[in-house]
Ligand binder design. Structure first.
Ligand code: NAP
Length: 310
């Protein structure tokens, strides 16, 4: 027996990697009866039209949102307020609004302020991504087996929360719920601080090019290659993440710096026992991630696969 769509008309605002992937996955899972989308860039709208993953690409955000049962904001975090303001006047009574921002507390504040009173707003963050951007980067399998965290405000109607959760499950994701603040702290540890560290390490290697010349590229080992993949992530998206999840990221970076100094001291003083014990503890964390099905045990760390947690 086939299940009907979770929402009738779904409007995606922002047609990059995530917006396009939602469209592909919704199409595959029959999660929406009609899929429409809008992006501020005309070239992106044209490209989305020719890729054919939407039923329609109207000329304005308001036209896309008009009559939609679900509107999902898929822009960079810093543009969420503007995107919410653009769709707000066109929202039908009972329409559900959601987003996919990688930061939640700041986005919840900005978007809620731009929406009409009483609008059903159910923020969400799919923990899935790649280092690629734009509509061509989207693919249906991106969310398969990945978590999508919903962070509904206390006033959000439970029926709307349940439907957004069902929508993400239909896209292949597993759904969890937490507060925006807790989400931001968790993601600062698992995603935001690691990205900053990767950006920094690749920056250091770049600064040393005059010493090492092409050796950085020629002999790049798995560790550095993984850093470069992460550090190739979209500059706009990551600038916005750090500017909007400032407190949690700074808290984690403070702790990181303390640990780094402890390991630096152990290396200086030849404290092999400390290093060994530390690396044994961290190895167990890797094992836990693989056992939880969040990565593959392959020696290439799954690099050949398209979907990566973000
Ligand atoms: P992306 O590929 O760069 O796509 C974002 C699109 O939104 C771009 O085409 C951008 O156009 C457009 N845009 C910017 N401002 C807009 C506005 N005011 N109205 C309409 N469209 C606008 O980015 P993405 O990777 O899909 O990320 C989108 C969101 O998903 C971000 O909030 C990010 O935090 C979140 N997220 C990303 C990942 C990931 O790994 N990439 C994972 C989970 C969640 P311009 O190029 O002209 O700016």
């Amino acid at each position: 027996m086939s299940e009907g769509p979770v929402f009738g008309r779904v409007a995606l605002i922002g047609l990059g990697l995530i917006g396009a992937s939602i469209a592909h996955a919704a199409r595959r899972g029959g999660a929406a009866a009609t899929l429409v989308g809008w992006d501020r860039a005309e070239a992106v709208r044209d490209r989305a039209t020719s890729l054919g993953f939407l039923d329609a690409v109207p000329a304005t955000a308001a036209e896309a949102a008009r009559g939609a049962d679900l509107v999902i904001l898929c822009t960079p975090v810093g543009a969420m307020g503007e995107a919410a303001a653009a769709v707000a006047p066109a929202l039908a009574p009972g329409a559900v609004v959601s987003d996919v921002g990688s930061v939640k507390a700041a986005v919840v504040r900005t978007v809620a302020a731009a929406l009409p009173d009483g609008a059903a707003f159910v923020p969400a963050h799919p923990i899935a991504g790649t280092e690629h951007s734009g509509p061509d980067a989207g693919f249906a399998e991106l969310f398969d087996g990945r978590w999508c965290i919903v962070t509904p405000p206390p006033a959000a109607p439970r029926r709307a929360v349940a439907r957004v959760a069902e929508f993400w499950e239909r896209l292949g994701a597993k759904v969890d719920e937490m507060s925006p603040e807790h989400h931001d702290l968790v993601l600062a540890v698992t995603s935001h601080a690691p990205h900053l560290i990767a950006y920094t390490m690749v920056g250091v290697a770049d600064d040393m090019r005059h010493v090492t010349e092409s050796e950085v590229i020629k002999y790049s080992a798995a560790g550095f290659r993984d850093f470069t993949r992460i550090a190739a992530s979209d500059p706009t998206m990551w600038r916005d993440v750090f500017l909007t999840n400032r407190e949690a990221t700074l808290e984690i970076l403070g702790r990181f710096t303390e640990e780094l100094f402890a390991l630096q001291r152990a290396i200086r003083t030849g404290d092999g026992e400390l290093l060994f014990d530390y690396f044994t503890r961290t190895r167990a964390i890797r094992r836990g991630i693989v056992e939880a099905g969040q990565d593959t045990p392959d020696p290439d760390f799954g690099r050949i696969h398209r979907g990566r947690a973000r």
